[in-house]
Design a protein around this ligand. Sequence first.
Ligand code: LLP
Length: 433
Amino acid sequence: MFVSENLTVNEKNHLAIGGCDTVELAKEFATPLYVIDEDLFRKNCRVYKDAIDKYYDGNGLVLYANKALCTMYTCKLAMEEGLGADVVSGGELYTAIKAGFPMDKIYFHGNNKTDEELEMAVSNGVGHIIVDNMYELTRLNDIAKSHGVVQNIMFRIKPGVDAHTHSFIQTGQIDSKFGVALENGEAFEIYKAAHEMSNVNPDGLHCHIGSQIFDVEPFVKAAEIMMNFAGDLKDKLGLAIKKLNLGGGYGIRYTENDDPVPYDEYIKHVSDIVKDTAKKRGLNVPMILMEPGRSISAPAGITLYTVGGIKDIKNVRKYVSVDGGMGDNPRYILYESEYSAVVANKAGDEKTDKVTVAGKCCESGDLLLKDAMLQPAESGDILAVLATGAYNYSMASNYNRIPRPAIVAVSGGNAKVIVKRETYEDIIKNDVL
Ligand code: LLP
């Protein structure tokens, strides 16, 4: 009935998540409100972990990609499920450290890390740094030397694979700001350089081809290309690649039209090609890493809003305005992304009305859903937008000086605030008169 498996309709005809009535949640914690189903988040972590056990005899590590949703609490959940962490900035690294993440399970990404960020990573003993370019490599080697350590690294490789997704979130092709390309020899040169340096240990390869991908084929292709590159590094440089990090990008269901491949299936196909290519090239099967973000947190999250004004412009469009918008979910304005929604207090009713859900920001493009089917909404109703657990809170802003909503985690009928709602005081706290 709903795009996410965890949602139900209770006896009051209200939408329920994690055993909690969403209308009650809205009453208790106010709206807009992000709600995360802790059990589904955990379950989604386990899908990947189980696949590693099944297809690679446990020789792997799943890294939760924090960019999807990074809070101390979600770090704790991922950690308790035995996952590692992919972090992409000093801020995400700081959050993971403060949440008590084991440092050896942290992988630090980013296409333009500052000296301060590299210093922070090295001095805290981060497990791996995914180096993006030669400029970073040289600085990192110096920083590691000044700390008297040899830093484990891998490079981000552009495998030259075209993933069929929105061009803004496609990253595996040569024309990308991320990483070094294979086809022009850049990747080989950077491994050669690192191999000759004293304070870095290039023991792995990394690639990430894009996000919200529904095909298995580009993942398989990328894995094959990476394994062949590992073969070249061994043959030409005598460099043994022990870890292969294949990134994230697994697509999820935002609307009824989305039909993602079961994650286990991606991983099975990828493992076949990794093992075959290892055999062909005389390599050991490396330790496998993957970095799912969206597919862990998005389905676990919903956002609750209160419906405000409704404008039915005859023969044009019906706008239903809510008390949030692009500030808490900028994905429509960035990617024209699609969502599905439910009037939470009429959750079991039929969706008979075609509406456009608008936010409250001073921007015409500030929409959450365009021409979507919904139960007939009235002012004061609670609207739930589904599958908002990834790239909503993490990309939220204070545009129009609107405070960011709270996040509440639900499980077994209990709800607790894991991120407090911002106040107007928070909004001005860094202002200086
Ligand atoms: N690893 C790396 C190196 C990445 O760059 C990303 C996403 C991931 C893992 C996680 O990918 P996921 O499993 O979540 O697809 N803001 C966009 C998505 C940007 C993704 C950036 N990198 C959106 O809202 O769709």
